[in-house]
Design a protein around this ligand. Structure first.
Ligand code: BDP
Length: 735
């Protein structure tokens, strides 16, 4: 028999063996690497580094959590889950200390052991929600203590400790004290009762209103865990374009069910209040805030809510903005409206977050100035439990805006920061854009409101003007997609938002580093590559969408993709042409003294810097100035050439990002690798779409040739104008 025949003879057996091997490989690879993103950054996968694993196992030979409250129970469960996963074994829960090291967790109030380990002294610098993590010893036995003045402090400490393990930090000699700098750290869900999400790109709303209050999805607990792990302590469940129905008794029962799930994680629920709710729900003839019938309606409603949810947080209100009802319908001011609700909430320590996102349809004034004009004169007239919630920039969550001039201009009123986490204007569900650099650009901006050192971060954390109330809101990017945020990297923006709400002085790179380690890998190559691509991504997006201070070039309704040509919408300020004002001579919005004078709303030296075309930072040039196409910029290029080069640089940037991602192939699981790879492919195509559509249009206006060597758009302007996306996610019919 020849070899060939011999092989054939053994063929069936061989095939069975081969099949078995393939099956085992597939099985183990599926289960070892099943990574669909659901776990977010709370992946407690076994630590691969054997030395480290041994060191951790020695330091945590036993562990105990003291106390019995719901919040302490959450801390205990999380620690159990985390240790079991990361250390890959069940560590005994015991109050007996081990000679190699033990972990003791709880408030001094709950445990004599924690008291005996010097917690009181460590907690000297710790506030109501903060914590201390430190290494000490009992006899000769090393002990790691996680403690706080409150149970929630302990839970936050536990998450911090797990983060140390997840990011593979040494834990033998700890001395950590951490307090949140901002008190109300909230997510704002723009979720509707029909489960659509106003600007959502990750599926439907996670709130399953129809099945609530009886069906409690396990997702609600995981949502709470994820938020608590980054210090978020409140959630506004409903859209700012509010529906009064949420105040009906059956809906309040649903809210109560969610509040009950979130409470063990220190998360309070808040609702958006539709100003006309008394009319819509109970047929009152008016919603005038000074009418006693309206006042008692709200008082009763608030009492009803607190009866069900004793720790209810309060109301978020969008009033007299984009068609929403408000106090101005009755010739009352924003303060009248906010104070009426604040009075109803005050007996229960509830707050009102009154949004400053207003622009009057009638006023023939630069939209960028309107919120300041309406609100600054009201400084000092709001009740103590009112916060005014201000978007980071004066228009509307554009890829880049200068800071909102209201920051620093209302010293008697606590101002809350509102960031958008969902990427309405930043590539929605398909672009990788890490937003921490954009957030920190705003937070670190020195307004000079009280001279140097008046950073936005210090205004919103209450330091600068001594406010007890402080807050930050992030418009959520969460939906019921398996990976929560649609794009996997959307998770990093949720994470970064929470970390910055806890500490607005944190650095975007530091946050990226944590997130990558917790989400993907602790391998230096992976961290280096992914961090580089994240940190470059925002600037690149600005370049291919709205460079040099351009803004609101987005197509109507869905805001997905470019529409700089749109000029037929009924309201002037809904049209992109209003914002760029391009004509044969030049482009840009003159907001200097010769134009709308929006520059005057900024403190010196910003007022003068923004006013001067040469001193104005180039990134805001066309925001504040009209510039001729042929004017020369610092680079020596004409404005037209610079614009073309910026769009080019944006496209090249995405190609670079994609190549960087490709360099981690094989170093992370293939499931998430491939998903992001496909998204980056879309992003490359869409960056090119932005470039070609915008430049085709601007060229049709400027009449100038493209610079030498420039790769011209491959399609006509008519083609770009003809594209339509009737079912793009997050589409809003009106604008
Ligand atoms: C805009 C959105 C719109 C929101 C509005 C708001 O396009 O859907 O309702 O902001 O913040 O960015 O109220």
């Amino acid at each position: 028999m020849d070899c060939y025949g011999e092989e054939l003879e053994h063929y069936p057996q061989f095939m069975i063996r081969l099949g078995l091997i393939i099956w085992v490989c597939m099985f183990t690879s599926i289960f070892a690497n099943a990574e669909d993103g659901y776990q977010l950054w709370l992946r407690y996968n076994r630590i691969q580094n054997a030395n480290l694993l041994q060191r951790y196992t020695n330091s945590i030979a036993t562990w105990a959590v003291f106390g019995n409250s719901q919040v302490v129970e959450s801390a205990r469960n999380e620690l159990r889950l985390g240790l079991q996963g990361l250390l890959n074994k069940q560590i005994p829960e015991s109050t007996e200390l081990s000679p190699t090291g033990s972990l003791a967790v709880g408030t001094p109030h709950d445990s004599p052991l924690i008291r005996s380990l010097g917690a009181a002294q460590q907690l000297d610098q710790v506030d109501a929600e903060g914590y201390a993590i430190y290494t000490t010893s009992s006899g000769n036995f090393p002990v790691t203590v996680i403690t706080g003045n409150s149970d929630i402090g302990v839970l936050y400490g536990v998450f911090h400790f797990l983060r140390l393990l997840q990011t593979q930090q040494p834990i033998e000699n700890l001395s950590i004290v951490s307090n949140p700098k901002i008190k109300r750290r909230l997510l704002n869900h723009w979720d509707n009762l029909d489960r659509t999400v106003e600007r959502g790109y990750a599926g439907c709303s996670i709130w399953d209103w129809h099945r609530l209050p009886d069906f409690i999805s396990p997702r609600y607990t995981d949502y709470a865990r994820a938020n608590a792990s980054i210090g978020i302590n409140g959630t506004v469940l409903t859209n700012v374009n509010a529906n009064a129905l949420i105040f009906r008794a059956d809906y309040l029962d649903k809210i109560k069910a969610l509040a009950d799930v979130f409470r063990p994680y220190g998360i309070k629920v808040y609702l958006t209040a539709r100003f006309s709710a008394p009319i819509e729900l109970d047929g009152l003839p008016t919603a005038d805030p000074l009418d006693p019938r309206v006042q008692s309606w709200w008082q009763e409603k608030v009492a009803e809510i607190y009866k069900l949810i004793p720790d209810f947080g309060g109301f978020l209100v969008k009033a007299n903005s984009e068609g929403q009802p408000g106090p101005q319908n009755y010739n009352r001011t924003h303060a009248d409206g906010a104070n009426m609700l604040a009075d109803a909430l005050a007996p229960y320590n509830g707050v009102v977050m009154w949004r400053a996102f207003v622009y009057s349809n009638a006023a023939n004034e630069d939209r960028a100035k309107l919120a300041y004009n309406e609100f600054v004169p009201l400084d000092g007239s709001f009740r103590k439990n009112v916060l005014v919630q201000v978007k980071n920039g004066p228009i509307d969550f554009q890829p880049r805006e200068p800071v909102h001039p209201m920051f620093g201009a209302m010293p008697k009123t606590p101002l809350m920061m509102e960031f958008q986490i969902t990427q309405e204007y930043l590539g929605q569900g398909t672009h990788l854009v890490y937003l921490a650099p954009m957030y920190t650009e705003a937070l670190k901006f020195d307004t000079y409101a009280k001279g140097p050192g008046s950073e936005v971060a210090k205004i919103i954390d209450g330091q600068l003007d001594n406010h007890a109330l402080s807050g930050m809101a992030g418009v959520s990017n969460i939906g019921n997609d398996r990976n929560w945020t649609g794009h996997l990297f959307g998770q990093s923006n949720w994470f970064a938002y929470g970390r910055l709400a806890w500490d607005p002085d944190m650095d975007a790179a530091e946050i990226a580093d944590e997130w990558i380690r917790m989400t993907f890998s602790n391998e230096p190559d992976v961290i280096r590559a992914v961090s580089a691509l994240m940190l470059m991504s925002h600037e690149i997006c600005v370049q291919y969408m709205t460079p040099l201070g351009l803004h609101h070039l987005f197509d109507t309704g869905h805001h997905y993709g470019p529409g700089p040509w749109v000029n037929d919408l009924s309201q002037r300020e809904w049209n992109p042409t209003y914002y760029h004002q391009a004509d044969r001579q030049g482009i840009g919005f003159d907001r200097t003294a010769t134009g709308s004078n929006a520059t005057s709303q900024y403190f010196e030296p910003w007022h003068s810097r923004f006013e001067s075309p040469t001193e104005c930072p180039e990134k805001y040039l066309l925001w504040f100035h009209r510039v001729r196409w042929t004017d020369t910029l610092d680079s020596g290029q004409s404005l037209w050439e610079a614009l073309c080069r910026q769009y080019d640089a944006g496209c090249d940037g995405v190609v670079r990002m994609h190549a960087i991602w490709n360099s981690v192939v094989g170093k992370i699981d293939s499931e998430r690798y491939n998903e992001v790879d496909m998204m980056l492919h879309i992003q490359e195509k869409e960056a090119r779409w932005w470039r070609d559509a915008c430049l085709s249009y601007f060229q049709s206006i400027s009449g100038l040739p493209f610079p030498a060597g420039f790769d011209p758009p491959q399609k006509t302007l008519e083609y770009f104008k003809s594209r339509s996306f009737p079912y793009a996610p997050g589409t809003k019919p009106r604008w």
